[in-house]
Design a protein around this ligand. Structure first.
Ligand code: I3P
Length: 124
C-alpha cells in the first residue's frame, strides 16, 4: 500500500482563497458573479467553501460546492474576463467555472495541480 501511495502523483492542495465565478450550470448560462471562495483540491474534486470556517464546520448545511474533475477540461482564458490570471474548468456535465487570483504564481500552481488531478482522475 505504501509503495503504491508513493507512486501516486501528489495532486491535493490545501485551502486557499480564490475568486470563483460559475458561468454555466449543466450547460445553462449563469450571470457572472465573482465570489471569493475557500478552495481545496482533492485527488478528483475541487471543493468551494464560503470561508475557512465552513470547511471545518460540523453544522448540517455547511457544505462545499463540489466540482467533479473526472472528464473535466481546464484552460487559461483571456476572453471570458477582464481580470488577469483567469482559467476555466468545464465539467463533463457542462458546468463552467472561472477561477482567478491576482498572483500569477498562485494561479499557475492551482492551474498545474488541477490539470494533474483531471489527468489522473480521468485515466483512473
Ligand atoms: C459584471 C461584473 C463582472 C464582469 C462582467 C460584468 O457586471 O462587472 O465583474 O466580469 O463582465 O458583466 P455585473 O456585476 O453587472 O453582472 P470580469 O470582472 O470578469 O470582467 P463580462 O460581462 O464581460 O463578463
Amino acid at each position: 500500500v505504501a509503495v503504491t501511495a508513493m507512486l501516486e502523483p501528489y495532486v491535493e492542495l490545501k485551502g486557499e482563497n480564490l475568486n470563483v465565478a460559475k458561468i454555466s450550470e449543466s450547460g445553462k448560462k449563469q450571470r457572472k458573479n465573482w465570489t471569493s471562495m475557500w478552495t481545496m483540491l482533492t485527488a478528483d474534486q475541487l471543493l468551494f467553501y464560503k470561508d475557512k470556517q465552513q470547511e471545518t464546520s460540523q453544522k448540517p448545511g455547511a457544505k462545499a460546492e463540489v466540482v467533479q474533475l473526472c472528464g473535466a477540461v481546464i484552460e487559461w482564458t483571456t476572453e471570458k474576463s477582464s481580470r488577469k490570471n483567469v482559467f476555466q474548468v468545464t465539467t463533463n456535465t457542462g458546468s463552467e467555472y472561472l477561477l482567478q487570483v491576482d498572483s500569477y504564481s498562485t494561479a499557475s500552481k492551482w492551474y498545474d495541480t488541477v490539470r494533474k488531478a483531471i489527468d489522473s482522475s480521468t485515466k483512473a
